[in-house]
Design a protein around this ligand. Structure first.
Ligand code: ADP
Ligand code: GLC
Length: 490
């Protein structure tokens, strides 16, 4: 099957979170199963062409927009990590006016004001590229709001190439909280028929909603865990689009993300001082000592070390963690936090590290190597999210014998099994209420189990031997692609 992935983030080229990780790994798995998979993303300033050996593939690609033509240049590279058979061609859309900027979506002063036009251009350029290459996908797999207008274009763009118009579309929601909502005036730039700008269409309270375009017009929809697929159909978790999702419930499935087994393998991880696996955890102790030393924390093998690697936002429960650190009940617990995001949270965590220098370590910024070291060196990983479409860090943690402490929501609920002291089952600690009390109580519970070494080892083994690889989910996507093709023909 010919499948084109369209995403604003693809690891290792550019990412701000899990979206990139998923789009960087699923395509090679599908390619290994014999599919002709290609990927397309913007060429951001941060992507150095020489680092990835990109070559020019289209020198001048005219991209027609309603307000005039823009020209793109297109580069080609390959997603790393595969064999020649699984090599996935990846195209990069270069357009300086829109993408030669320091950030993917914004800078210190906030989101870029023209993100609507930037990603509309991207959607239109993707279609122009497929036509120019003469490579017509059977399925276009669109990820998150940035690609939302592609399903609408495939159905309604006047003058769209016939072969391209035959492509079925799949739209995957990675996070419904980010919808790409822009002033209604942006609609004029789409070049789409005026009747699409209405509530049963892309209009959202007078604005244009990119996510809604994907949700209404894609042939099939998916999101990244079964529980999140249910949650988003309810008003509490639907961010104003639950009605649309209920309308399209029959077309929506939840497919759990997998993880990159090669990049996240504690036995071979090159960022670690010592490797280890489920049968031999010696190396993990060395990683733990190194981590505590790097953050200048008290080296004490009996104190629970809780790591956290995250965007610092309300979604991730950053406030709950900050409050938990200040509670007397956690005074014997160590915290090692790597995060970036909202200014207020960054300042708050830095202040906590200054106030408790021997038990709280904080590093701000995005640091891939350090994220691996925290996963390996911690005893537990905190993921107290208010909502979580899937979440990858809890799966990385389990693979590294680091027991996740999670709130029972979305993909966290689907991937972490709460421990049971009676029979030694479980892979982590799960709580229900998004409150500091519940988080603190669960950290205390984890600390109690941690003191019981044989029991802790058992839970670590349970976690490390769970299968989080992509195999099963990739097969589900192939089924979804077939469904999309069938739906398109109807
Ligand atoms: P989300 O996509 O909502 O941020 P996920 O758990 O799906 O959450 O994915 C987050 C990804 O980003 C993981 O690969 C995680 O390791 C990585 N990550 C998040 N924050 C940082 C950071 N500050 N430094 C390095 N990696 C980070
Ligand atoms: C989003 C979600 C996260 C999910 C990731 C990859 O960023 O917030 O839960 O794991 O996408 O699908």
């Amino acid at each position: 099957m010919r499948v084109l992935f369209v995403s604003a983030e693809v690891t290792p080229f550019a990412r701000t979170g899990g979206l990139g990780d998923v789009v960087g790994v699923l395509p090679p798995v599908l390619a290994a199963a014999g599919h002709d998979v290609r990927v397309v993303m913007p060429l951001y300033q941060s992507i150095r062409r020489s680092d990835f050996g990109l070559t020019a593939v289209v020198e001048r690609l005219p991209v027609p927009l309603a307000f005039g033509e823009r020209t793109a240049q297109v580069w080609q590279g390959t997603l790393p990590g595969g064999t020649p058979e699984t090599a996935v061609p990846t195209y990069f859309i270069e357009q300086d006016e829109y993408f030669a900027r320091p950030g993917l979506y914004g800078d210190e002063s906030g989101e870029y004001a023209d993100n609507g036009l930037r990603f509309l251009f991207f959607c239109r350029a993707v279609l122009a590229l497929a036509e120019r290459l003469g490579w017509f996908p059977e399925v276009i797999h669109c990820h998150d709001w940035h690609a939302g207008f592609i399903p609408a274009y495939l159905r309604f763009l006047p003058g769209l190439n016939d072969q391209l118009a035959r492509a079925a579309s799949v739209f995957t929601i990675h996070n419904l909280a980010f919808q790409g909502v822009f002033p209604g005036t942006v609609f004029a730039a789409t070049g789409l028929p005026a009747q699409l700008f209405q509530p049963v269409g892309v209009e959202f309270y007078g604005a244009v909603n990119f996510m809604k375009a994907g949700l209404y017009y894609a042939d099939v929809l998916s999101t990244v865990s079964p529980t999140y697929a249910q949650e988003i159909c309810s008003p509490e978790s639907g961010w104003g689009l639950d009605g649309v999702l209920r309308d399209r419930r029959d077309a929506l499935v939840g497919i759990l993300n997998g993880i990159d087994d090669a990049a996240w393998n504690p036995r071979t991880d090159p960022t670690l001082i010592a490797g280890y696996d489920a049968d031999n955890l010696g190396g993990k102790a060395a990683c733990r000592t190194t981590l505590l030393r790097a953050f200048g924390l008290l080296e004490d093998s009996e104190r629970l070390v809780c790591g956290m690697v995250t965007r610092l936002t309300d979604q991730k429960g950053a406030d709950l963690v900050a409050e938990a650190i200040e509670r007397a009940e956690t005074r014997n617990v160590h915290f090692v936090i790597l995060g970036s995001g909202e200014r207020g949270y960054e300042a708050r965590f830095s202040a906590l590290a200054r106030r408790y220098p021997h038990r709280v370590g904080v590093r701000l910024g995005f640091n891939d190597a350090l994220s691996h070291q925290i996963q390996a060196g911690s005893d537990c990983l905190l993921v107290p999210s208010r909502f979580e479409p899937c979440g990858l860090t809890q799966m990385y943690a389990m693979r590294y014998g680091t027991l996740p402490i999670v709130r029972a929501t979305g993909g966290l609920r689907d991937t972490v099994v709460s421990h049971d002291t009676a029979d030694g089952s479980g892979t982590g600690f799960v709580f229900s209420q998004a409150t500091t009390e519940a988080l603190v109580a669960t950290i205390r519970e984890a600390a109690t189990v941690f003191a019981d070494e044989p029991q802790w080892r058992q839970l670590q083994r349970n976690a490390m031997t769970r299968d989080f690889s992509w195999g099963q989910s990739a097969a589900q996507y192939v089924e979804l692609y077939k469904q999309a093709i069938a739906a398109k023909l109807r």
